[in-house]
Design a protein around this ligand. Sequence first.
Ligand SMILES: NC(=O)c1ccc[n+]([C@@H]2O[C@H](COP(=O)([O-])OP(=O)(O)OC[C@H]3O[C@@H](n4cnc5c(N)ncnc54)[C@H](O)[C@@H]3O)[C@@H](O)[C@H]2O)c1
Length: 434
Amino acid sequence: MRVAMIGSGYVGLVSGACFADFGHEVACIDKDPAKIAALEAGRMPIYEPGLEDLVRRNVAQGRLAFATDLTEAVAAADAVFIAVGTPSRRGDGHADLSYVVAAAREIAHAMRGYTVVVTKSTVPVGTGDEVERIIREERPDAEFAVVSNPEFLREGAAIADFKRPDRIVVGAEDARAADVMRELYRPLYLNQAPILVTSRRTAELTKYAANAFLATKITFINEMADLCEKVGADVQDVARGIGLDNRIGSKFLHAGPGYGGSCFPKDTLALIKTAQDAECPVRIVETVAAVNDQRKRAMGRKVVAACGGSVRGKRIAVLGLTFKPNTDDMRDAPSIAIVQALQDGGASVVAYDPEGMEQARTVLDDVAYARDPYACAEGADALVLVTEWDAFRALDLRRLRQIMAAPVLVDLRNVYRPDEVREAGFAYASVGRP
Ligand SMILES: NC(=O)c1ccc[n+]([C@@H]2O[C@H](COP(=O)([O-])OP(=O)(O)OC[C@H]3O[C@@H](n4cnc5c(N)ncnc54)[C@H](O)[C@@H]3O)[C@@H](O)[C@H]2O)c1
């Protein structure tokens, strides 16, 4: 099949490259000429493990191409995916649909013959109706269907997630369009990934419900962690104790500095807004968003407390800036609020991240960047582990102890064993553990 992918970011590029790998012919389109130029030169505009190889292989075999203009690709396509951003709208937190709307109009003008327009971007319930209305308005003559196909991949494991998804959700009102979607995903279907065909509105809501539920799970264990600290219990054992119950499951039960990233914060907020507009508020999700918001800065205060109540004039070393490991994505990363809280307290911050420093420079002010974890820790009054990159899992504690100004380790991801760290001579604070 022929596929046009509109938007070649974290989702569009990975999905496009994976569809090409299944044997489809894919054109990845992006408005950003720098992104397309990089891709054409074989350079990845984002960091995602395995992506460069996958792209290179499919380009070499002639199944994957890039362009800034969608005209040709859309005219030839059986399916056109919209994978543009849907950030929070400034001011009110609703999903900003301006990129989706603009893409829909452009697609409308370029479509030739029966075309399935697939919304892969995360969009509020009813957006499919709106996309259909826009295309119909621009092209009353066109033969097309609008389908919702939300994406559930995780950055850092995006290719594996796309190729071995727990499920594929397709919201289609039209049997012919559903068949096109089944054909596109047939290689996965053969691998027995369940394909769930629902109404379009149901599919749109399913994506938000999934993210809101996961955000709730994280926030729940974070609150349990705080309670553990007060009552002298260990949150990791609590998480294990409840996670072994199949009805609960062990994933997303790792206490930490609060969720961030390009999806959970904006998607929980957008769901809250949709629900308020429908006069059916989702109180649990409202609370989750509020609790999580406060948590990030509270982690800054945790560092201050570990430093004896003040960080004024102190040098604080931060390891890990991206919202999670194996990505360079800094969108809504907890590190942003933590660094800000430390700077507000009068600290100077030096940071190291294996992949995120380039993007971090665009969102963090007055931070010094180090070339590796040890250079970062040199002369520091405290070391704060914010993102659990593998490279931070087996640091040489004795070496750190020697090069730091004060032996204070704040481990916001519970990577280390408290007894080990204390034995190495550190004052140690983690999350929800004695
Ligand atoms: N990042 C994730 O892990 C993830 C996971 C699941 C779903 N999603 C959803 O997928 C969507 C895309 O997210 P992302 O992280 O890939 O965003 P992104 O910002 O990385 O990529 C979006 C791309 O679309 C391009 N674009 C915008 N308008 C365009 C147009 N009219 N024509 C061509 N290109 C255009 C932008 O230049 C940008 O490169 C969002 O709705 C997001 O919520 C993201």
